[in-house]
Structure formats: structure tokens, C-alpha cells
Design a protein around this ligand. Sequence first.
Ligand code: NAP
Length: 289
Amino acid sequence: MEYKNLHPQGPEFSRIIAGAWRWHTVSQETVGRLIHAALDEGITTFDHADIYGDHSNEEIFGNVIRKESSLREKMQLISKCGIKFKSEKRPATWIKHYDTSKEHIIWSAENSLKMLGTDRLDLMLIHRPDPLLNPTEVAEAFSLLKEQGKVLHFGVSNFTPGQFRMLQHYLDFPLVTNQIEISLSKVESFSNGDLDVLMEHEASAMAWSPLGGGKLMIGDREWFGKAAKYNASYAQLSLAWLLMHASIFPVIGTTQPERITESVKSLAIDLSRQDWFEMLQWVTGKEVA
Ligand SMILES: NC(=O)c1ccc[n+]([C@@H]2O[C@H](COP(=O)([O-])OP(=O)(O)OC[C@H]3O[C@@H](n4cnc5c(N)ncnc54)[C@H](OP(=O)(O)O)[C@@H]3O)[C@@H](O)[C@H]2O)c1
């Protein structure tokens, strides 16, 4: 496994990150196996959000840590906050909305710590850009959580370059990432400034749905031919395509321990620049200018 800083000031994460969004669809025992399969392969970074699995996934994951407390020191934990939706677990919310108030960010971070069975998050993200976001309040919440050692680093998710730059302006410490959708089925970030603004700030991208949420796995003969050229599975090739960009960390979403193991080989694929561009051309339908 390769380990790399998201930003020169940290944190250091595994280049492939395991995402827990779908993990409520499997048993508690399988979640334990997913965690161990990841750690066995050197995937030490896990991506969560307060809302995953209707607010249940952090707790399911935390149950594994509560049982085997030595695991916590071997991993880095990410969580997100700011989305609220109707749920029996949140009876006060009657419409889906965003909340990036100071009070909610702090409450959400503390709740994630409790659910995950840990005393700190390595990284916390604002899940979606909030039209009512008050950067001064966000900065106050982040600073307090940082001072208290409850959250070590901060970032955002699904922000535009302008939104990233704006929030960074209010902070005394770096936003280390923007977690955005990037894959062979979503290539806009390579040209719309998403990656440029991160590199400008020496931050990195985390790519969610790196296999297009599974859609990409329905490839055609041409694609599988390319995978065969590299003696790789199509999933491995799709991840290798993302990893060719120096500042992208794919967040894989499988619920199958064997597929976590399979994903790691993507790091060993030495994709040629011309193959990378041919794959880009297949998805955009045109040659670069
Ligand atoms: N920040 C955000 O707004 C945001 C939004 C969405 C997701 N995320 C994060 O990104 C993570 C990954 O998202 P994702 O789950 O959509 O990622 P993904 O890896 O693109 O898709 C996972 C899906 O693809 C299937 N799949 C994986 N490997 C396969 C293979 N070899 N053949 C066929 N199907 C395969 C999986 O099925 P199996 O489970 O059966 O393998 C699963 O249904 C999430 O867990 C979450 O942490 C963040």
C-alpha cells in the first residue's frame, strides 16, 4: 500500500480508502471482516458520514472498535456532517436540508465520536455546500474541535472551487481535501477547476464512487481488452486510471471483503499515459484538442 499526505500538514492516509456508505446492507459480522480485510491489505483509512445507513453505520463500525480497541490505533477515521433528512431517528427534521451552523457541526462531531467509539476523528468534512453557510461560524466550530483534539483535520465535500477557496479564506489552517465524485463515468473534475484549486492549495481530492457506484462494471469488450492488456480486472484498471493522477485518493465502496483485497492491485498497474488518454477519449467521445 502507498501512504501519502493529503496536504503537507497531514493527515497521512492510505492511497485507497474504504468507504462505509453501503455497509449497513451487510451483517455486523461482515463489517468486521471488511475492516480486517482492509487493514490486512494496508487500507487504513475509512470514510464515514453521520447519515450513512440512516445514521446507523458509524455505530455498526464502532461496535467492531469497541470489541477490539487495538484496531483504532491502526486506522484513520473520516466523518462528515451537515446533511439532515427525515428519519425516525431525527424526529425534529421534517424536510431534507443542510445545517452548517456552529452548534450542529460541534454536536455532529461529538456524536460521530460516540458512535464510532473513538476520542478523535482524523478528518471531518462538510458533506455538501450549504446555501446558508456562514464561514465565520464554520471556522469557529472547526477551531474549537481542533483545539479540543476532537478533530485533527478538516475538509469539504462536493464543493465547487469557488466555495473551497471562500471557506479556506476564513481558516487559520488548511482544508486538506474536497471529496468529490470522480471516475471514468464522471470526468468533469479533470477540466472544471476542481483538481486545480486543490493543487493550488496543496490539498488532495478524495474520489467518491470511483467505480461509478458499480455502473462502470458493465463495460464493453474494448474496456475489458484494455484490462486484459494489464492483466487486471476491470475494477483494478478503473482504479489505476484514477490513481494515475498524483493527488486523487479513491474511496472504494464495496461490501465484499474479497473485492477490498482485489482493489489493492490497482496500485501496481503501471498504466501508460497513452492508454490513460485513450480511456478518457472513450468516455468523452472525442480526442483532446
Ligand atoms: N461525499 C459524498 O457525497 C459521497 C457520496 C457517495 C459516496 N461517498 C463515499 O464514497 C464511497 C464509495 O462510493 P460507492 O459505494 O458508490 O463506490 P463504488 O466503488 O464506485 O461503487 C460500489 C458499488 O459497486 C459495486 N462493485 C464494486 N466492485 C465491483 C466489481 N468488481 N464488480 C461489480 N460491482 C462492483 C459494489 O457492489 P459490492 O458491494 O457487491 O461489491 C457497490 O455496489 C462510499 O462508501 C462513501 O464513503 C461519498
